[in-house]
Design a protein around this ligand. Structure first.
Ligand SMILES: Nc1ncnc2c1ncn2[C@@H]1O[C@H](COP(=O)(O)OP(=O)(O)OP(=O)(O)O)[C@@H](O)[C@H]1O
Ligand SMILES: [Mg+2]
Length: 508
């Protein structure tokens, strides 16, 4: 005995009618499903057997062959549980076959015969409507509201296989599910994030408004906490309401991806997708072993927000090029090529630098604050850093000190003999409001040469002047400053003399 009932198969967002042919004949008991089923369809055997038994029907101990035609399209998911079960019951005349043929069926069965909701109901029902001979469909209660969105198809929600059986035998009445589209559209479109929350940021707000008006893509760059994420999240709030057509397009994609929220059968708000920057190219574009719409399609008619944009994988960003231009994304695999819509506004947010914000280094280059800590280990670097922090140019400082710009420039590069010009050093330090000790911080140690050098710089004396004051010759001072020792002088007496000089305010 052969019986044929109807169900659907999805190819991308397009659905087609599937004929579920069930043959129950004599022979060794077995249960085969053919017609390119995937693993979850093959597993239907066990669910269907248990569900039939546990719903008060008899599972035939016969040779059962189920063919899902057309046999060249891959069948995925658990939606064929219900049509296979109804086909078997009709073929064994436990349900009236003529009445069973009036309906299309979708639904997953649990072992105790209850019907569970499935993904992709809306595009599937759309397919049922296109097949003009059929306008009645039995779906799980969970999917009733979503299925009823399609105009011109009567949707009969059922909670279990037993309830389906009673309905098909005419023992109970189920009225077609009705929904109020207008109420659904208005209920859903309550906006949570308000653009009016943004204080100030006139330029950024204006940019967002222009982008929203023209549907342009947008990138926001700014330092941490400047409100980029906040602005982007409020963008859907200033986009126009979804039309019913757009809403249906979005709902079809969400239904297929299994992302419809329970209790909200219609996507009535502009989609806003903000994938994390670790997202793979496939999750953004779509695809996978069982091809599914990616973030670009989920953001269709809405906003795709890439926060911290430079952190995204390069291949994920590159893959966005084609969908952004074409408004569709085509996923090609060995056994299928699917096209999903992807017309969206791309919004990116980034910091100027991985460290958060760029900084100006002592060499006037703009660089990352993490990688370019100013190196203050030399006299030249300290001099330059201090000059920059006071906002002076080399020209200004050199002019104030009364020296040539070239010499100052060379000192900042640690060239030239800065220690030979203590009077100039002292003046520079006074102008920059720093101590000489800060400039010569490398002379931190208390060795005789360091103390001598520091004292000389502080007093602003040249080697010659110091040598005269100490009653030694210039070469001796140079030798001491370089760490050499002169046996005939006692360090202690020299230091005492220096203290004496400082007390008298030599060079002040
Ligand atoms: N213009 C603004 N008006 C009102 N609140 C603001 C504004 N700018 C920033 N904020 C507040 O600062 C918080 C941080 O802003 P947000 O997270 O958007 O910064 P961001 O630019 O994305 O920073 P990051 O670069 O660290 O991601 C927001 O949650 C918000 O409370
Ligand atoms: Mg942010």
């Amino acid at each position: 005995m052969i019986e044929i009932v109807k169900s659907t198969v999805l190819h991308g967002l397009d659905g087609r009618i599937v004929q579920v042919e069930v043959d129950v004949s004599r022979g060794l008991p077995c249960f085969d499903i053919v017609g390119l089923p995937d693993t979850s369809v093959r597993e239907a055997k066990d669910r269907v057997r248990a569900a039939i038994k546990n719903s008060g029907f008899e599972f035939p101990v016969k040779r059962i062959t189920v063919n899902l035609a057309p046999a060249d399209l891959k069948k995925e998911g658990p939606i064929y549980d219900l049509p296979i079960a109804v086909g078997i019951l009709a073929a064994t005349e436990q349900l009236p076959p003529e009445r069973c043929r009036f309906f299309a069926y979708l639904g997953e069965l649990s072992l105790n015969g209850y019907l569970r909701g499935v993904n992709g109901v809306l595009p599937s029902i759309w397919a049922v409507r296109e097949a003009s001979s059929l306008n009645k469909v039995i779906v799980p209660e969970e999917n009733a509201a979503e299925a009823a969105l399609v105009d011109g198809v009567d949707v009969f929600p059922c909670g279990s296989l037993a309830a389906v059986g009673e309905f098909l035998r005419g023992e109970s009445e189920i009225s077609p599910y009705q929904i109020d589209l207008k109420e659904l559209m208005s209920n859903n479109s309550s906006r949570k994030l308000d653009f009016a929350d943004v204080k100030g940021q006139q330029a950024a707000k204006r940019a967002l408004e222009v982008a929203a008006a023209g549907g342009h893509n947008l990138v926001m760059m700014g330092s941490p906490g400047s409100g980029k994420t906040m602005l982007a999240r409020r963008l859907p709030g200033i986009l126009p309401d979804l039309t019913f057509q757009e809403s249906m397009e979005a709902t079809k994609i969400y239904s297929l991806a299994g992302k419809l929220e329970p209790g909200t059968p219609l996507v009535a708000n502009r989609p806003f997708r903000a994938p994390h920057h670790t997202a793979s190219a496939i999750s953004i574009i779509g695809g996978g072993r069982v091809p599914r719409p990616g973030e670009v399609s989920l953001a269709h008619n809405g906003v795709l927000f890439l926060d911290e944009m430079p952190e995204f994988h390069k291949d994920a960003l590159e893959a966005l090029r084609q969908p952004l231009e074409d408004g569709v994304v085509t996923i090609s695999r060995v056994n299928a090529s699917l096209t999903y819509p992807a017309r969206l506004m791309l919004v990116g947010a980034l910091n100027p630098c991985p460290c958060g914000s760029k900084v100006q280094t002592i060499s006037f280059q703009v660089a990352c604050g993490l990688s370019q800590e100013p190196d203050l280990s030399t006299v030249g670097a300290r001099l330059k850093q201090t000059r920059l922090s006071k906002g002076l140019t080399i020209k200004q400082l050199a002019g104030n000190v009364g020296m040539s710009e070239v010499t100052l420039g060379r000192w900042e590069k640690n060239l030239g003999k800065i220690e030979n010009y203590p009077d100039k050093v002292k003046k520079i330090c006074q102008l920059l409001n720093i101590g000489v000790n800060y400039l010569f911080d490398e002379l931190k140690d208390n060795s005789f040469s360091a103390v001598l050098k520091k004292a000389r710089f502080e007093m602003g004396l040249s080697r010659k002047e110091l040598a005269q004051a100490l009653g030694v010759d210039k070469g001796t001072v140079l030798c001491w400053e370089r760490g050499g020792r002169m046996v005939k002088y006692e360090e202690k007496s020299i230091l005492n003399k220096i203290c004496e000089l400082q007390r008298r305010g030599f060079g002040a």
